[in-house]
Design a protein around this ligand. Sequence first.
Ligand code: SF4
Length: 208
Amino acid sequence: MTANIVLSAARPAISYTHNNKCYVNITNRCTLICTFCPKSGGNWTIGNHNLKLKNEPTVAEILAAVGDPRRYTEVVFSGLGEPTMRLYELLDAAIELRSLGGRVRVDTDGLANIVYGRDITPDLEGIVDSLSVSLNAQTPKVYGHCCQPPRVEDYHAMLEFVVRAREFVPQVTVTAVEGVAGVDIAACEKLARRLGVKFRARTLGVID
Ligand code: SF4
């Protein structure tokens, strides 16, 4: 049953399912302006799902959109936007989902420590099962080109976030998108090994 899922491209989806996972869209705001992001080109759809929110959902609306989390292998806070821009709502929803027997993954740009001006990684302990951090590039220069962060040094803050998160989140993976100009997937994978985390190469437009 997927009755809680909005499939029409005309209506914004708070949640949608793919491969037995429930993806949750809680904000359209971002720290980055990625050149490869579909929304940068004005495309707010992934698959059949319109992800352009009219309003950011409340915690109650997020929980209603997911329903029983045990129906899914994991509930993934993703986008189209950076979920940690709503860190406290994300954590409140995740606590409830885990109490119902769900497993929680967060897809993030890894820049929350900059946004909040403190190390937020301890906040994730016992609440987030898995983190997927957008490494996106093998050097600050390439990162600057393809992700357009507020400051070039944000790349190092993202790497530091990954290292810190290992202490509090059981599974940490970094990702990069294949085919983006200047991005060396093999070098990203090597960097992931140095950081002591897993690596996943992503294909643009493919939900994973
Ligand atoms: S962080 Fe994600 S949602 Fe935000 S601009 Fe980059 S690709 Fe798009």
